[in-house]
Ligand binder design. Structure first.
Ligand code: HEM
Length: 359
């Protein structure tokens, strides 16, 4: 396990020594096939290249209206209930649906499927926690995850066939199906890549929203500062993500006979746990890293990974987060937690179980 910020960045940059590709079976189990995340070669760049332009910050400006529309439809009814005096769990009643609806629209998928998408994605996300639990309950969690991957694979296979038969528009599935590189991808890789996109752009962003609400409610003075100065929103989101990192650990496999970290030899074939959650609290990089401080001078953190596999959707996640938080603070400048927050999800994708909000 490595925990320092610099060691984490070095390991994530050196893909020849610390490989994702050698963990392919992990990704195949999760998504039903090889995706960009399971490749360390030129093939990774080619596969990532199919969608990378779409996810660039400037290109995403054209998606702003779509995100605003989705956010408004979820935030406003939630705020109405809270202002009327109800205590409302923000996860099922606001944050959970936002990223699912956004990615479903971008993939050109029937929006009425969004609850099913969330359910599949949640089941897939629980698998990692279940992997370390040998009890019948743990095994059932893993089985549910596998069934969800198979179901989502089946749905994607059909959508891909439809796009081939009917041309298709400017959605992300069509973009991959009609890309030149698709000829060099197997059917299973195309299906798995689209499945991964649903998963990656889904529970992650919803959990960061829930974490943000909980963190601000626990720091009312910083919430007030943010309400008064919205220019602080991007910084606040990054600081909360640093402080309460969602993806705590990234696995890599050593594929070299002379791998070393801080002079310590690591055997060939060993699995390395890159603890980016720990790297994000490295006192050599951040003063008092255990404190949440939205006024910190921004420095890159590891919450979206680092190096070749750095998150493809980070600009989209940031856009969704910023639009959501701005609208929420406009309508609900003061709120508190009606119950203490319990974090779940293990090291794979950590987040609050419930966020009970009241005024
Ligand atoms: C707050 C939200 C998000 C978090 C915390 C997050 C986190 C991460 C992390 C840590 C990685 C690196 C994985 C590794 O090194 O093995 C990653 C990769 C990836 N993410 Fe995200 N992600 C988020 C949102 C999204 C969204 C919205 C999308 C797309 C719609 C997305 C798509 C991907 C993809 C495709 C990869 C693989 C990139 C590659 O291997 O080149 N993510 N993400």
């Amino acid at each position: 396990m490595i925990t320092g910020y610099r060691d984490c960045t070095r390991a994530l940059t050196d893909v020849e020594t610390f490989s994702s590709e050698d963990l392919q079976e992990l990704f195949i189990r999760a998504f039903g096939g090889v995706t960009m995340e399971a490749l360390d070669t030129t093939r990774h760049h080619q596969m990532r290249g199919v969608w990378s332009r779409f996810f660039q910050r400037d290109a995403l400006r054209s998606q702003r209206e779509l995100v605003e529309e989705v956010v408004a439809a979820q935030v406003d009814p939630f705020v109405e209930r809270v202002r009327a005096g109800e205590t409302v769990d923000a996860i099922p009643n606001m944050t959970r649906a936002i990223p699912t609806l956004v990615i479903a629209r971008m993939l050109g998928i029937d929006e009425t499927m969004h609850r099913q998408f969330s359910a599949w994605s949640d089941a897939m996300g629980s698998t990692q926690a279940g992997t370390y639990d040998p009890s019948p309950e743990g095994m059932a969690v893993v089985q549910r995850g596998r069934d969800a991957t198979a179901a989502l694979n089946g749905y994607m296979a059909q959508s891909i066939k439809d796009r081939r038969a009917h041309g298709g528009g400017d959605d992300l599935i069509s973009m991959m199906v009609h890309d030149e590189f698709a000829d060099q991808m197997s059917e299973q890789e195309i299906i798995a890549s689209n499945t991964q996109l649903v998963f990656a752009g889904n529970e992650t962003t919803a959990k960061l929203m829930a974490t943000t609400l909980a963190s601000l409610a626990q720091h009312p003075e910083q919430l007030r500062m943010l309400v008064a100065d919205r220019a602080l929103i991007p910084r606040a989101i990054e600081e909360i993500h640093r402080w309460q990192t969602l993806v705590q650990v990234l696995p890599r496999r050593v594929k070299s006979n002379d791998a070393r970290i801080e002079g310590i030899p690591i055997p060939n074939g060993a699995e390395l746990k890159v603890l980016i959650g720990a790297g994000n609290r490295d006192p050599l990089r951040w003063e008092h890293p255990e404190r949440l401080d939205i006024t910190r001078v921004p420095r890159q953190h590891l919450g979206f990974g680092f190096g070749m596999h750095v998150c493809l959707g980070l600009n989209l996640a940031r856009l969704e987060m910023q639009i959501w938080l701005d609208r929420l603070l406009d309508r609900l400048p003061e709120f508190h937690l009606a119950e203490e927050v319990k974090y779940t999800g293990g090291l794979g994708l950590r987040g609050p179980e419930e966020v009970q909000i009241a005024v």
